[in-house]
Write a protein that binds this ligand. Sequence first.
Ligand code: GDG
Length: 462
Amino acid sequence: MARLVIVSNRVGLPEEGGRRAGGLVVALRDALKDRGGLWVGWSGETVEGEPGPPRSLRRGRVTYVTLDLAREAYEAYYVGFANGTLWPLFHYRLGLITFRRHDLEGYRAVNEAFARTIADLLRPDDLVWVHDYHFLALAAALRRLGVTNRLGFFLHIPFPAAEVLRALPGHDRLLREMADYDLVGLQTESDVRSFAEGLVRLAGGEPIGTDRFRCAERTVAVGAFPVGIDTEGFARLAAQSANGPEARRLAESLAGRALVLGVDRLDYSKGLPGRLQAVAELLERWPQWRRRITYLQIAPVSRGELRQYRALRSELDALAGRTNARFADVDWTPVRWVTRNVPRPVLAGYLRLARVGFVTPLRDGMNLVAKEYVAAQDPEDPGVLVLSRLAGAAEELESALLVDPLDVEGLAEALDRALAMPLDERRARWAASMEVLRANTAARWRTRFLEALEATRPAVAG
Ligand code: GDG
């Protein structure tokens, strides 16, 4: 079996053991353990001046290789182009984009620095699997160094329609660089259509059959590989943790009220303001829910160095404060807002306690919280998932209550319906979703991707 080289912005280091690591990290680490190989990424450290050589750490058959970034390179690559340009663009938020040529150049320079490190470590038949929007240009940089290995890429976030992508200066070059991968994997069929449209309309690509394209003298295969979770493992974790001290503390504090739960990185793609407004709308229009529900939002702060994220935080603080001021009583506050990171097992227990899983992103590549919520439920008495149609997960979880995240009244109606839903309907919806999650796990996802990558023809020097 060919050795595997995984590249992602952050590396799932072995110290992040069982308790902390997310399901995706575990799935990728298992793939590395099976085949042996390398996991390459940024160390999370920035340095003044030139960074030193990469550091490596070996554990069994897996070697973790991390690079520091110069402060300036980090600003351009990570803060600037990846999170200031690509993230909002790919989530259809054109108004939030900042674009500077300097950032794009810095992004390419970091992709090139990674390519040099990787090229030095590669063996001829290694399979390379690159992750996410930080590395759209990595294959092109590797090809320039003469690398002919099979290179696969998976995008965790949505791929925008061609007409949206067109707003990005240099989009045609970026698309052609993506065509230097042998396989481009996306979360949904809808993302695949967008990518294919971009290749053909904006980068001169030509379809070969249904799932391959000829572009800039290379052949790239394209497919949908919706990310899954460790369904059974998460279900077990949730069942155990629901009886643990943290979950019991939450349950006691609810005093019999129904829990509506949201769990998201604090990000403007997640639709958090609309969610808070919907809770206020619910309590306004259906006064019978007053004092009978608690909305708990867990939203660990991420990317706090970006202006847009700080602005979002103030907006949410104000909205939560207003709803509580309007409806709270001496012994009840409708909204609880927690920006601390919660340990994974505790989170699983909380999800199991929730009568409603409230997941309303304005756009999301997949949204694993939606899947984790379903897996965490008690089969005898499951809660209801209220899920945005614009999350990739909605393509699979059709039996959730699907909502339009901008329609605050619609969200409130869905909450009312979920809270009042009879047991037999809750069970039927849950069973249908759970069947989908049992069929498409994280392990299945990585196997499907790697099989598809191995099935692409050996690369030819570019
Ligand atoms: C990107 C794409 C795509 C959240 N808060 C805590 C915590 N979490 C965990 C969740 C879940 C993960 O983080 C978040 O995953 P999502 O999929 O919901 O969202 P993104 O972070 O935006 O991820 C997304 C994903 O990549 C995978 O391809 O689905 O569309 O945007 O696992 O449980 N975990 C802990 N404490 C928290 O407070 N321990």
